[in-house]
Design a protein around this ligand. Structure first.
Ligand SMILES: C[S@@+](CC[C@H](N)C(=O)[O-])C[C@H]1O[C@@H](n2cnc3c(N)ncnc32)[C@H](O)[C@@H]1O
Length: 260
C-alpha cells in the first residue's frame, strides 16, 4: 500500500521490548521482597507491554496481543511441542493471510446476500468488473453465474486463497483470477470495482481509482467508506451482519457533509 503508516509489527516489537525492560526492572527492584516464578514474570511483562501499547494509541486487539504474547510463549515451551509444528503453523498462516501486517486488510468473505445486492448494482449492459483482494473468489463465482455476459477479474496476493479462488471458479469461463498485488494492477479497463478491505487503504484506493479509471465508472465498497466523501448511493443489505455497500461514481466527487 502506498504511504503505509507505522508497521503494527514494529510497534508491537517496541511494546514487547519496553514491556520487558519495565517488568525486569520491577522484578530486580523488588528482589529482596519477592521472587516471581517464570510464568508470573511473563504475565507481568505482558501487562507492561499492553500498557505501552495502550499509551502508543494502538487498537485494542494489539493490547491483548501484547498482553498474551510472552505468557503464551512460556506455556508453549512448557508443552514441549516439536519446533516443526510451529514452523508449519507459521507457514500455513503466512500462505493464508500473507502480509496482513503490511496491507492492513484481513481475510473475511462477502456473503451470498451481499453478492445478490452487488449483482443488482452492476451496469445493465455487458461490463468488466474487478474484485480487489478477491479472497477465495466465491463472490466472483456468484456474480459470474448471475451475469454470464460480464467479465470478472479477481486479484489476490495471499497464495492459498488465490489457489482456492482459481479452483472454485474453474467452471466459470468469464472469471479470471490473478495472483498479485492490486496496487500494481492498472484499473483503466474496468467498469466497476468491488472492494471489501478495511478503513486503512480507502483514501489511497480512491486516489488510485480517480487517477486510473474513467469518469462515471463505479466503486462498490463493502463496509468501508471513502473518507471525506459522500457516497453516491448507500445500500443496506438485509443480512445478519447488516452489511452496507458504499457506492461511488469515479471522477464525480461529492464532498462529505461537515458534521455538526
Ligand atoms: C476482506 S477480504 C475480501 C475477500 C473477497 N473480496 C470477498 O469479498 O469475499 C480482503 C482480501 O484482500 C486481500 N488483499 C489485501 N491486500 C491486498 C493486495 N494489496 N493485493 C491483493 N490482495 C490483497 C487479502 O488477502 C484478503 O483476501
Amino acid at each position: 500500500m502506498p504511504d503505509t503508516p507505522t508497521s503494527p509489527l514494529r510497534s508491537a516489537l517496541f511494546a514487547q521490548i519496553a514491556g520487558a525492560l519495565m517488568a525486569f526492572s520491577l522484578v530486580w527492584l523488588g528482589r529482596t521482597f519477592f521472587q516471581l516464578p517464570l510464568f508470573q514474570t511473563a504475565v507481568l511483562q505482558g501487562l507492561c507491554a499492553a500498557l505501552v501499547s495502550w499509551r502508543m494509541g494502538a487498537p485494542r486487539w494489539w493490547w491483548l496481543i501484547n498482553l498474551a504474547f510472552l505468557p503464551l510463549v512460556v506455556l508453549a515451551l512448557a508443552a514441549d511441542i516439536a519446533p516443526g509444528w510451529y514452523l508449519l503453523a507459521f507457514i500455513l498462516t503466512l500462505l493464508l493471510f500473507w502480509r496482513t501486517d503490511k496491507s492492513r486488510v484481513p481475510l473475511y468473505l462477502s456473503n451470498a446476500a451481499t453478492a445478490a445486492a452487488v449483482v443488482r448494482l452492476l451496469p445493465q449492459q455487458a461490463c468488466s468488473v474487478i474484485d480487489l483482494g478477491c479472497g477465495d473468489g466465491r463472490l466472483l463465482g456468484q456474480l459470474a453465474a448471475a451475469r454470464p455476459d460480464c467479465r470478472f477479474t479477481g486479484i489476490e496476493h495471499a497464495p492459498l486463497p488465490c489457489l482456492l479462488a482459481k479452483w472454485l471458479n474453474r467452471q466459470h469461463p468469464n472469471v479470471v483470477i490473478r495472483h498479485g498485488d492490486f496496487w500494481q494492477q492498472p484499473l483503466g479497463e474496468f467498469d466497476a470495482v468491488y472492494a471489501f478491505l478495511s478503513p486503512a487503504p480507502m483514501a489511497a484506493l480512491e486516489g488510485k481509482l480517480e487517477t486510473e479509471m474513467q469518469s462515471g465508472k463505479l466503486l462498490i465498497s463493502n463496509s468501508f467508506p471513502v473518507p471525506a466523501r459522500e457516497a453516491d448511493q448507500l445500500i443496506e443489505v438485509n443480512d445478519r451482519r447488516r452489511t452496507r455497500l458504499f457506492c461511488y461514481k469515479i471522477g464525480l466527487k461529492t464532498a462529505a457533509k461537515p458534521r455538526n
